[in-house]
Ligand binder design. Structure first.
Ligand code: PMP
Length: 394
């Protein structure tokens, strides 16, 4: 007779075996260097084309120094949640700075972007309400919508006519549209001005996740600044572990919205505050984002080099003008094979597969920290390897 625990473990093993057979099994590569354009991963040194460190700030000396000074000043632990005793002057100063930077009256910092999305959506909508979400939104927005227990409607990617029908046909006490400003796996953008117009017409909140726009677009101030959009009904969220190079996230909105989140958002209330040294590092990062415009210019140059170089060789990337440049592949197996072949040539490029995305792809991401030769070498190697990979699997 088997024991109960054998059966429990066997069920996990069966699920993992299924993942392996479908080329969907994942493991975590170990990076033994600081994050940057070149990293050592599992003992091998590679050009890094899979990080979200778009501006190359993850190991920026000024930001590192701010974190070190923060550790000296505050220690490393925040001790408790923000509402108990964990909210320190560093958090307060950082929130003021972030709010001013993105042009909103108030801001709230949270330990991660995932948590920020859970916090906003579960606080603002509940059983009697409805949320409307783009099909390609980040998983954390989807999880937040499910957790909120609101009626959850997903519209086809960027399909405003479908969204408008859903808004008109869904009875609810309160409506909220939730959308990625820059889609994390496709690199394209949401039509934010048109979404704001729809939100106004249907008196809905517009919640914008700018994880991949903040720091990069709008002189670093993000997607709203890029488009010159402002409205009290917009609730803005951006993460601080990508272009800002540190960790965490912030929500920027009207004072009353922030006050409401502080009082009502369980994922904010029931978690320990991030260490104050992180807030100091983020404050330093905002200064660097504002002052070092050359990083955004260099990133744009790399994006153009990659897109034009691959197109000239007959390889079309997906329509994206951001740092996220996906190359669609016919199968998960082909995505893994090209990723492995590129690795042999010294490039680290992530193969992204279902269920993270509907269709397999290589997600190439660029950073201001890359040098021109790295990007050029990537172009040459993708063009050289892709036909072989496709031929060997066909
Ligand atoms: N939103 C989007 C669009 C993201 O890409 C991510 C991170 N991959 C998150 C939210 C979550 O942010 P964090 O990593 O800080 O939890």
């Amino acid at each position: 007779m088997t024991t109960a625990s054998d059966e429990l473990f066997a069920a996990l093993e069966a699920d993992l075996a299924e993942r392996r057979a479908a080329h969907l099994y994942r493991r975590r590569p170990v990076v033994s260097t600081p994050q940057g354009p070149t990293v050592t991963v599992d003992g091998v040194t590679l050009s890094n084309f899979c990080s979200n460190d778009y501006l190359g700030l993850a190991a920026h000396p000024r930001i590192v120094a701010a974190a070190q000074a923060g550790a000296e000043r505050w220690g490393v632990g925040s001790g408790a949640s923000h509402l108990v005793c964990g909210h320190q002057a560093a958090h307060e100063a950082c929130e003021r700075k972030l709010a001013a930077f993105v042009g909103k009256p108030a801001a709230l910092t949270l330990a991660t972007g995932y948590l920020a999305n859970l916090a906003v959506i579960t606080a603002l909508v509940g059983r009697e309400d409805a949320v409307f979400a783009d099909k390609l939104n980040h998983a954390s927005l989807n999880d937040a919508c499910l957790l909120s227990r609101a009626t959850f409607k997903r519209y086809a990617h960027n399909d405003l006519a479908m969204l408008e029908r859903q808004l008109a046909d869904t009875p609810a006490r309160r409506k909220l549209i939730a959308v990625d400003a820059v889609f994390s796996m496709d690199g394209d953008t949401a039509p934010l001005a048109a979404l704001l117009a729809l939100a106004e017409r249907h008196d809905a909140w517009l919640f914008i996740d700018d994880a991949h726009g903040f720091g990069v677009l709008g002189d670093g101030r993000g997607s709203l600044a890029e488009l010159g959009l402002a409205s009290p009904r917009i609730i803005y969220m951006a993460t601080l572990g990508k272009a800002a190079g540190v960790a965490g996230a912030f929500v920027a909105a009207e004072e009353i919205v922030i006050d409401y989140l502080i009082n009502m958002a369980r994922p904010y209330i029931y978690t320990t505050a991030a260490p104050a040294l992180i807030a100091d590092a983020v404050s330093a990062s905002v200064d660097v984002i504002a002052q070092e415009a050359w990083r955004r210019e260099r990133l744009q140059t790399h994006i153009a080099t990659l897109r034009e170089g691959l197109a000239a060789g007959g390889c079309m990337l997906m329509p994206s003008s951001t740092a996220i440049q996906p190359l669609q592949m016919p199968s998960s197996e082909a995505a893994l094979a090209l990723s492995a072949a590129l690795r042999e040539r010294g490039h680290w490029v992530a193969a992204i597969r279902p269920p993270t995305v509907p269709t397999p792809r290589l997600r190439l991401t660029l950073s201001a920290a890359h040098d021109a030769a790295q990007v050029q070498q990537l172009v040459e190697d993708v063009l050289a390897l892709l036909p072989n990979v496709l031929r060997s699997l066909s």
